[in-house]
Every structure is written in C-alpha cells, then in structure tokens.
Design a protein around this ligand. Structure first.
Ligand SMILES: NC(=O)c1ccc[n+]([C@@H]2O[C@H](COP(=O)([O-])OP(=O)(O)OC[C@H]3O[C@@H](n4cnc5c(N)ncnc54)[C@H](O)[C@@H]3O)[C@@H](O)[C@H]2O)c1
Length: 442
C-alpha cells in the first residue's frame, strides 16, 4: 500500500535501502541483534553493531562468536565485509537505519523494565538526523514506540514521518531450530505513519523472505505479545493436564501424541518443568501491566503464570516421592540434573527452570550436580550462583547418583545409556515413553 505522498527524505532513504547502499546500525548484540547484523552484512550493507558490553565488542571485532548457534565463521565473514562493533553510539550518526534489539526484562515487582530501551534511545538521540529510520525490535507492550520513543525523537526537533521514520518490528527467533533461520521467518512491521511503515518494509524486505505489513506500531507490538501469550497459556494448559493425568495414572505425553493426530483444530504443546527463556515467562506480563492502565485484568495470563511457576515445586515433590519409595531422603542424596539450558539444543540459560530446580533441591539438602553438553561451566547469572562444571556422562558417573533429574532433553545425550545405568530417573520431558522400573515421569 503506497501512502499518498511519501516525503522526499523518505524517497531518498527508500532508494538507499533498496539498493543496499545504506549503513545499518544494530544496537544490542545479543541473541536477536547479532544474527540480524550478520544478515545485513551478508547481503551487502555496511553494518555497525553497538553494545555496552565491552567483551562482546572485543569478541566481534576479533571475528569471534559468543553464541553457540552462531558460527565463528559467520562473524569472521561479516568482518571481511566491513562489519564493525563498537561500544560508542557516535557511529549511529552515519547510519541510515538504527535497529534497537536491547533487553526488555521485568523488574522485581514483575513490571516492565524499559530502562534498556529508554537508555538506548537517549544514547542515540544526540546523533539523530533527518533521513534516518529507527526500528524497535525488543518485545514490549502496545504503545511503547509511540509513547517512549517518539517523544524522545521529536524533542530533537525532528518530525516523525517527515524528517525521520519510526517503526516497530518484533523479532521472531527460534533458537536451536536450523529450519527457522532469520531469512525464512516472515517479519511483521508497523510504522508510526504510512511513510514510516513503507520505509520499515524496505529495510526488512532485503533480509527476510516476507514482510507482513500492519497498520500501526501498536498492532505490531500486540502481535508479538499475542504470539508469546498464546504459547504461555497453552503450556500452562498442558502442565495442568499433566498434573491431572499423573494423579489418574495416565501418560500425558501419550495423550498429546494421540490428540496431535487430529488433522485440524489441535496444536500440540508439551509439558515440562516450568517456563524458560527470555520471552515466554516474561513478555505476557508486559501486557498485564499495560492492561491495568485500561482497568482490565489479564486473567488467562495470570492463571497460566500461576500454573507454570508452580511446576518446579511440583517436580521436586515427585523427586522426593521417588526417593522416598526407595527408602531414601532427599537430604544428602546425590542428584544429577541432566540438561540445564532452558530448552533443548541451546546454551541459553535465561530463566531456565532447571536452575530453580537445582536451588529447590539444594535448599532441601540434596547434593546437586549437573550435566549439560551445551553448558560446560555454570554461567554467571544475576540471581543464581553455582560453582559447578558439567559432569561428563558415562555409565560410571551416571551410576554414582541416587537420582538423575532429566530437566532438558538435548539431542546430544545418550538416553539409553542413562536409563541402563541410572539408579533412578525423574523425567520431566517425556523422553522415556516406555515404562521402566527406574523411571518416574514428572
Ligand atoms: N532471544 C530470543 O529468542 C528473542 C526472541 C524474540 C524477541 N526477543 C526480544 O528481543 C530483545 C533482545 O533480546 P535478546 O535475546 O537479544 O537479549 P540479549 O540479552 O541476548 O541481548 C541484548 C544485548 O543488548 C545489550 N545492551 C543492553 N543495553 C544496551 C544499551 N543501552 N545499548 C547497547 N546495548 C545494550 C546487552 O549487552 C546485550 O548484549 C528483548 O526484548 C527480547 O524480549 C528475544
């Protein structure tokens, strides 16, 4: 859809973006920003990556990757094409496009913490100039782009939609899934004005196969929240089903597998030890907070949050029960937590329920260790600390533990070997579908 009249600055920017003769600055070189920056470099843009973490800047400039699923070679290749990283925001003055990919966590009161987004906007504000496009990718509540970014831009005397262009385009990453690379995942984009949207589409259509245009930044922001709330609620539902099935001695995995044969109207979600990752446990509460401003409660979100948050305690209950059946107390038992990343085949530990399991077990006196092929050393985390390294898995090591708690089902683990040698396994992921004397499902 072409707007009535796109301002001349927008026309010039469209030309630069479409001919790839533009400089793209990506702020936040994390799980979202780094692959995006590399993709822009790959297709021929000049790319500047900005991050406040000097270790990341140094690694990137040395051609190194610090994210397991991003190959060193990809960073090195981008470097040969001129990709540079910096801790300075000054370089954004030269950029035609500035894409913001910084964290949007919750504060201790489970309210949105926009300090990274606002901090970024304030850091780039002095360098803003006419003829640029700014795109926010961080997941957030509807209204953020319009209420937090736009006024900070306009305070610089730049009119959004005429002098400078503003859009919101949420990231849709599926870490650890090779078939969902950035280029094949359709990207939603909404602009403050129709001209902003058109510039935003031109920015993204060079790097992804399909851009889905929506009528406003609020629609784009809400779209991302709906996607993640949909997951959180459905995971809450299957976790509740798991508890009910367990009490009725029915295998919930067998039930879901059977239900998934229905060719319409059913989408399988799988239960687990709780929610993990940077998105699903956090993003829904951005909407909860914003809805309050409109006098509304987000009841599905709260209920799913309650069920999902109770999962680690429920799993620990199953561990205690399983040990008790064999005449053992949890206190002083040696427990090996198998898989501690928040989901299979990644090294990402953010909000991992396995960490909460480790803490709950340790608090009750268990001697906890872990094994995870993707996490060789327990990383530094803001709220958690374990001075542990991954235990190498072998028949001998597995056999020394009183219990193996399977928390994350990485593909790179020999589960048959574990079943053959472990004294007792509590499986939270449905890896062991066949009943076995030493396997308890949780
Ligand atoms: N990881 C995912 O799978 C995923 C998927 C979709 C959306 N998102 C959203 O994307 C956003 C970024 O997530 P992420 O996973 O990439 O986070 P991340 O923590 O991996 O990366 C964020 C980076 O931003 C840097 N940073 C923080 N403040 C900065 C500032 N003021 N200036 C420059 N750099 C700064 C940090 O040092 C870090 O390197 C979040 O809003 C998240 O909800 C993430």
């Amino acid at each position: 859809m072409k707007p009535e009249a796109i301002p001349s600055l927008g026309e010039a920017l469209l030309g630069k973006l479409r001919s790839r003769d533009a400089t793209v600055a990506v702020v936040g070189m994390g799980y979202v920003g780094l692959p995006l920056a590399l993709r822009y470099a790959e297709v021929g843009y000049r790319v500047l990556g900005i991050d406040i973490d000097p270790r990341k800047v140094e690694a990137l400039n040395a051609g190194r990757s610090y994210i397991e699923h991003i190959a060193q070679a990809a960073v090195a290749a981008a470097r040969t094409k001129g990709f540079q990283a910096s801790g300075e925001f000054r370089g954004t003055a030269q950029a035609d496009a500035i894409i913001i990919c910084v964290p949007t966590p919750l504060n201790p009161y489970r309210e949105p913490d926009l300090s990274f987004v606002i901090g970024t906007m304030e850091a780039i504000a002095p360098y803003l100039r006419r003829g640029q496009v700014i795109s926010l990718e961080s997941t957030t509540y509807p209204g953020t782009t319009d209420e937090e970014l736009r006024p900070r831009i306009e305070r610089r005397g730049l009119e959004v939609g005429r002098d400078i262009f503003l859009c919101f385009s949420p990231e849709r990453e599926n870490p650890g899934s090779p078939e969902h690379s950035l280029r094949v995942i359709p990207k939603v984009c909404g602009g403050t004005t129709a001209a902003c949207r058109e510039v935003g589409i031109a920015l993204y259509e060079q790097v992804v196969s399909k851009v889905v245009s929506v009528s406003s930044t609020r629609v784009a922001e809400m779209t991302k929240l709906l996607e993640n709330i949909h997951r959180a609620v459905n995971i809450g539902l299957v976790n509740e089903m798991k508890i009910i099935c367990d009490r009725m001695q029915i295998d919930v995995h067998e039930v879901i597998t059977a239900a998934a044969t229905k060719p319409f109207g059913f989408v399988p979600y799988w239960p687990g030890p709780g929610l993990g990752g940077h998105c699903i446990p956090i993003d829904p509460f951005y909407l909860t907070w914003k809805a309050r401003q409109y006098g509304l409660h987000t009841r599905f979100i709260e209920l799913a949050g309650e069920i999902n948050r109770a999962m680690p305690e429920w799993v620990v209950g199953k561990v205690i029960e399983a040990l008790n059946e064999r005449g053992r107390a949890l206190k002083n038992s040696r427990v090996l937590v198998l898989g501690i990343a928040y989901k299979k085949n990644v090294d990402d530990m953010r909000e991992s329920p396995a960490v909460e399991l480790m803490e709950l077990l340790a608090r009750r006196g268990a001697r906890v260790e872990y094994s995870d092929p993707h996490v060789p050393v327990f990383p530094r985390m803001r709220a958690h600390r374990f001075d542990l390294s991954s235990v190498p898995l072998s028949p001998e090591t597995v056999a020394t533990y009183d219990l193996v708690l399977l928390a994350t089902d990485h593909d790179a683990v020999d589960y048959r070997m574990v079943r053959e040698h472990a004294r007792l396994i509590v499986d939270t992921r449905g890896v062991y579908l066949e009943p076995a004397a030493n396997v308890v499902k949780a």
